[in-house]
Design a protein around this ligand. Structure first.
Ligand code: SF4
Length: 410
């Protein structure tokens, strides 16, 4: 059994390469990591090997981080992508009552808000004028929402800015829309697609295990419902992200089960664009205040989940995103070195993590993103939501490239 490493030794993992780290890992962990490095396919691992990696401590954890970075370099190279986007959280009124959520309000609270169609369209227009390519639209679930409210939001945005990519509505909102309209799920999703829905956030996943979900929120969609919404969306031609919230009541077994489930869906549909581990921000949440959860992830957990995702999802979902709003600058850079290759969105107006107590800020400009990525020794590149268009940003002077950069970018 490996000993737990002091934080300074753990943080030093980017200075190691796989040949340094490999000989210190236990034989079973080394065999698993060598297997994925050879095949570049997470499917080459058994469930037992995945569990072994998910429980890695000490030098085994160090080996996992270093191997994930080496694999990232092989699979997606040295670019770190990001999308210039704006969040529009159109209301904070919600009846669902998730215990990890500090954003939602009851209808009678004093600081509720509900954006009109005109206000939503105005925000999208302002964003477009500032170079934003995607609006991410999600909100609380108020009772008695007009049945076609989500469709009408899409129409308002597309009418104002036809070229804007709309990334909108969690599987929870989709299920609510189905209930409100009485339409079949497939028909409802196709109707939203035909009114401008481009992609779906794979949020509301949290942990896809019904026992854990019951602790987090009794009213949330079940694992089966989440899976059904995502599969159906993919079959309707609506791609989505995938997420996992970590650092609360779950264990590494849940991580493995969820990542395997995502692989299974991806093998069927090919519809996931990326995987985003979301660190639990505990400060202002009932889940933490009621003593039901730990106080967010440790450094080891932050690094491990990104590395484990890179290893297990290799060949299936090759974009692993760092959710910078939930992390500080240094930690997000370390996650980039533990297997991640995407830095998410610039997120003008990020309300949800901020309400829960995240301190990373509300907005990072594209220039800040570029500087932060260069500081981590990588190449910044702006992408569109679906990763089908990537524009490499020229490094500002002076720029010292890490040794491994391909010559054409150096
Ligand atoms: S996470 Fe979403 S569904 Fe849950 S309470 Fe918050 S706003 Fe409502």
């Amino acid at each position: 059994m490996s000993r737990t490493l002091p934080q300074s030794e753990l943080e030093n993992f980017p200075s190691l390469d796989w040949s340094d780290a490999a000989h210190r890992t236990t034989p079973a962990v080394r065999a698993a990591l060598d297997r994925v490095l050879d095949t570049q396919d997470g499917d080459a691992l058994s469930r037992e090997q995945c569990l072994l990696l998910a429980h890695a401590e000490g030098y085994d954890l160090l080996g996992l981080l270093v191997a994930a970075d080496a694999l990232r370099r092989e699979v997606v190279g040295n670019l770190v992508t990001y999308v210039v986007n704006r969040n529009i959280n159109f209301t904070n009124v919600c009846f669902v009552g998730c215990k990890f959520c500090a954003f939602s309000r009851g209808p009678r609270e004093s600081d509720t808000y509900f954006l009109s169609m005109e206000q939503i369209a105005q925000k999208a227009t302002e964003a477009w004028d500032l170079g934003v390519t995607e609006v991410c639209i999600q909100g609380g679930l108020p009772r008695d929402l007009p049945p076609f409210h989500y469709r009408d939001i899409l129409r308002a945005v597309k009418q104002a800015v036809p070229g804007m990519h709309i990334h909108a509505f969690s599987p929870m909102e989709i299920v609510y829309g189905v209930e409100l309209t009485g339409m079949a799920l497939h028909d409802y999703l196709c109707m939203l697609r035909d009114n401008g829905l481009d992609t779906l956030p794979g949020t509301a996943a949290e942990v896809l295990d019904d026992e854990v979900r019951f602790v987090l929120s009794r009213n949330k969609v079940s694992t089966a419902q989440w899976r059904e919404v995502i599969r159906t969306a993919h079959h309707c031609g609506i791609r989505s992200t995938s997420t996992l919230m970590y650092g609360h009541v779950e264990t590494p077994v849940h991580w493995v089960n969820q990542i395997l489930l995502l692989r299974e869906i991806q093998a069927e549909t090919g519809g996931f664009t990326e995987f985003v581990p979301l660190g639990f921000v505990h400060q202002n949440t009932l889940l933490f205040q009621q003593g039901l959860a730990r106080s967010g992830p440790t450094l080891a957990e932050h690094l491990k989940i990104h590395a484990l995702a890179r290893i297990m999802l290799a060949g299936s979902i090759n974009n692993i995103q760092v959710s910078w709003v939930k992390l500080n600058r240094r930690l997000s850079q370390l996650c980039l070195q533990a297997g991640a290759n995407d830095y998410g969105g610039t997120l003008m107006e990020e309300n949800i993590s901020r309400e829960a107590g995240a301190t990373a800020g509300q907005y990072t400009s594209p220039e800040d993103f570029q500087a932060l990525i260069l500081e981590a020794g990588r190449i910044p590149a702006e992408r569109n939501t679906a990763y089908t268009r990537i524009r490499i940003k020229q490094p500002p002077e002076p720029f010292i490239a890490e040794e491994s950069l391909e010559p054409e970018f150096a």
